[in-house]
Write a protein that binds this ligand. Structure first.
Ligand SMILES: *Cc1c(COP(=O)(O)O)cnc(C)c1O
Length: 373
């Protein structure tokens, strides 16, 4: 019996490569998970607030389906962001909102525009939805090629443009002038603010969805909120899109624990802000310390990670040498991102372990080409 084939756009797609779970890495390295320093996925090392843990431990009504409209969470977000709740849709992480946005706005065969190096889920999601991906690479300093974007828009008529601000992996912000210029283009601009809570106050463009019919802003509790494991994100959308998004959204996409955790975090923003500030202070300390290694060239970042260009050594070697010492980071070696590492900002003790390991590595001769450290 010959069964029907899976959808060709899915069959043709290489699998997304997420970071390895901690217990898997620990087993590979022969270490305990607690001995690893996880600086590879931009998570908040402080985790959820104590009040969040308490609320989760006492959570009632777990046998009942959660409110599909998320009224309480959306009301709390509306009050915080000063945007009507009618413009807010919550989801299982910003990742789900990227997918819902693509399912709504990208018909098969049509184009979505991305500006790499950037978060890879935009291109992955667009392909998964049967769309074409048109890439307009950033310049060597990670700034946008606005003329290149305008030419690509004229040529390919993309339905959407995805931009992260701060951008992952470099940590740079999109300027208001750039945003204004891009919003004049005949497409939907999806502005991913997954890290905006780490940027200077006033960096978010969330409220501009009220003036701009083609602006979508995505946010998440995964990074600043310390809730990556619970999956809570949300999007701010033009009002014309909202009725359709409600149809697309799985009714119970966000689970009850995730909603409670997000709500309690919003009730304690001062406490959460202090943690964010600890991470920002550590970012400055880490950046200065990294600059002391002549082969590391950290870029200024407005997020909770630091991208470093590596010279005179291979980023892949450094990645493996750090991993052998229990320190997990990301490395890149692809067009636009040759020999670079990205280090998430951790707690002071995480920075100490990383610096110790780097000093240890600095004392050893650089591995020869092809040799495994
Ligand atoms: C981590 C990340 C996300 C994913 O957020 P979730 O809410 O955990 O799905 C989205 N965008 C960027 C740029 C990220 O780095």
């Amino acid at each position: 019996m010959k069964l029907p084939a899976v959808r060709p756009e899915v069959a043709a797609l290489p699998a997304y490569q997420p970071v390895q779970p901690l217990h898997v890495r620990a087993r590979q390295l022969g270490l305990r998970p607690a001995d690893l320093v996880k600086l590879d996925a931009n998570e908040n090392p402080y985790g959820p607030l104590p009040a969040v843990r308490q609320a989760l431990a006492g959570l009632e009504g777990l046998h009942i389906y959660p409110d599909p409209a998320r009224r309480r969470l959306r009301a709390a977000l509306a009050a915080w962001l000063d945007v009507p709740a009618e413009r807010i849709l919550a989801g299982a992480g910003a990742d789900e909102l990227i997918d819902l946005t693509l399912r709504l706005l990208l018909p098969p065969g049509e184009a979505a525009l991305t500006c790499p190096p950037t978060f890879s889920m935009y291109a992955f999601g667009a392909r998964l939805n049967g769309g074409r991906v048109v890439a307009v690479p950033r310049r060597a300093d990670f700034s946008l090629d606005l003329d290149g974007i305008r030419r690509a828009v004229a040529r390919e008529k993309p339905r959407l443009l995805f931009l992260a601000s701060p951008n992952n992996p470099d940590g740079g912000l999109l300027s208001q002038a750039e945003l204004d210029a891009l919003l004049d283009l005949p497409l939907y601009l999806v502005l991913d603010e997954a890290y905006v809570e780490f940027a200077p106050a006033g960096s978010s463009r969330a409220r501009q969805v009220l003036q701009r019919p083609n602006l979508i802003v995505l946010r998440t509790f995964s990074k600043w909120g310390g809730l990556a494991g619970l999956r809570v994100g949300y999007g701010l959308f033009p009002s014309a899109l909202m009725p359709h998004l409600w149809k697309l959204k799985p009714p119970y996409n966000l689970n009850a624990a995730a909603e409670t955790a997000a709500l309690v975090t919003l009730q304690r923003l001062d406490e959460q802000r202090r943690r964010t500030e600890a991470i920002l202070a550590e970012r400055e300390r880490l950046s200065a310390a990294l600059r002391a290694f002549p082969w590391l060239h950290p870029l200024p970042s407005q997020a909770n990670f630091i991208l470093c260009r590596v010279s005179g050594r291979r980023a892949a070697d450094l990645y493996r040498q750090l991993m052998a010492r229990g320190i997990l980071i990301r490395y890149f070696n692809k067009p636009g991102l040759r020999d670079a590492i990205r280090i998430s900002v951790g707690r002071p003790e995480d920075t100490d372990r990383l610096l110790q390991a780097l000093e240890d590595i600095a004392r050893q001769p650089a591995p020869r080409q092809g040799e495994r450290p």
